[in-house]
Write a protein that binds this ligand. Structure first.
Ligand code: NAD
Length: 327
């Protein structure tokens, strides 16, 4: 039984804590939050957990094997380094840190102390995203041409990070996962601050990958509609992954193929011998067995600790995400 502690129980932290408490593979020993209101919240729900305002109590408790960090982004690096230094496995919310140099330091320390360092890129533990990955890997979509993602809402505005750093870690992480973590050829961003000076509310991120694959990520907390959608266009089929739809994955048998002109030489390389056929076939809505992604994520973290399983969202994956976001 792995003994864990959580630091930070604000907006997102309660979801992690609920899953940790419900897990049979770990025991929640302590929770730390600097807010008295959040401490009272935890005490009211889980009176048997030791609650503190002082993270040193967590760090100095040698019976705690692992720490889960759900504090604001700017604190991630410092808290993760403290936990790893105190020989505790560490799961830190996304993004792992704010610079590549920081992620490298986390990677080095976790390696040196033989500990798991993982980032909570929740969507890689989402059944629909995994289904999409399997589809791509099976070759059913053909060659991936381009991907675009939209994560929009009239949403919760943050002051510590902009919309890109708050929302796009998810989409960058998903796209990197789908494409087997390639190194982009180029990354550019265009955004604007309207609500708070210097903090962009809307950002368009463009990524160019090898093999003519391009991706665009549009994030905004200043939008009339809640949208969580990713479209993957392949040479054979196209897929729309809509995270807020009942049918999360829709596979379109659509594409534009070259068709030989009857009587010609079946020569697809010379324009005069073929024409373009717009293929518009069936739409498949596969049934996907859904499990709460955070439950799967926490179970994976504990599996990595207990059985030495390779971490899906370790520092290597985290580093590429942070590098892309740092453009
Ligand atoms: N995976 C997801 O889908 C998802 C969704 C939302 C947020 N997040 C991530 O979760 C993290 C927290 O986001 P949030 O929206 O819950 O923020 P929040 O501001 O609502 O909560 C942060 C909590 O941390 C506490 N805190 C801050 N500094 C602390 C410190 N040094 N020691 C102890 N407690 C401290 C605060 O008092 C607060 O209760 C962020 O990294 C964010 O990116 C992830």
């Amino acid at each position: 039984m792995t003994k864990v502690a959580q630091i930070g129980v604000g907006y997102w932290g309660p979801n992690l804590l609920r899953n940790l408490v419900n897990s049979k593979e770990c025991e929640v020993k302590m929770v730390a939050d600097i807010s008295v209101e959040r401490q009272d919240y935890v005490k009211s729900l889980y009176p048997y957990i030791d609650v503190t305002s002082d993270i040193r109590k967590v760090m100095d408790d040698s019976s705690i094997d692992a720490v889960i960090i759900a504090t604001p982004v700017k604190t991630h690096f410092d808290l993760a380094m403290q936990a790893l230094d105190k020989r505790k496995h560490t799961l830190v919310e996304k993004p792992m840190a704010t610079t590549v140099a920081e992620v490298n330091k986390i990677a080095d320390l976790s390696k040196k102390n033989k500990l798991v360092a993982m980032v909570g890129h929740t969507f890689l533990y989402n059944a629909a995203v995994r289904y999409l990955k399997k589809l791509i890997d099976s070759g059913e979509l053909g060659d991936i041409r381009y991907i675009y993602a939209q994560r929009l809402n009239l949403g919760r505005i943050r002051s510590d990070v902009d919309a890109l750093w708050n929302l796009a870690p998810h989409d960058v992480s998903i796209i990197q996962y789908l494409l087997d973590d390639p190194i982009p050829i180029s990354v550019t961003r265009k955004g604007m601050d309207y609500v708070q000076d210097g903090i962009e509310d809307v950002v368009f991120l463009d990524i160019t990958y090898p093999n003519k694959i391009i991706a665009n990520i549009h994030v905004s907390w200043l939008d009339p509609n809640k949208v969580r959608r990713m479209t993957v266009v392949g040479s054979n089929k196209m897929v729309v992954y809509d995270d807020i739809s009942e049918n999360k994955i829709a596979i379109y048998d659509k594409g534009i193929d070259r068709m030989a002109i009857l009587g010609e030489n079946m020569d697809y390389d010379h324009k005069e011998f073929f024409k373009y056929n717009h293929r518009s076939g069936d739409v498949l809505l596969p049934k996907i067995d859904f499990k709460e992604p955070l439950k799967v994520e926490i179970s994976h973290f504990l599996d990595c600790i207990q059985n030495g399983t390779k971490c899906l969202t370790g520092p290597e994956h985290a580093r590429n995400v942070v590098e892309i976001l740092s453009v």
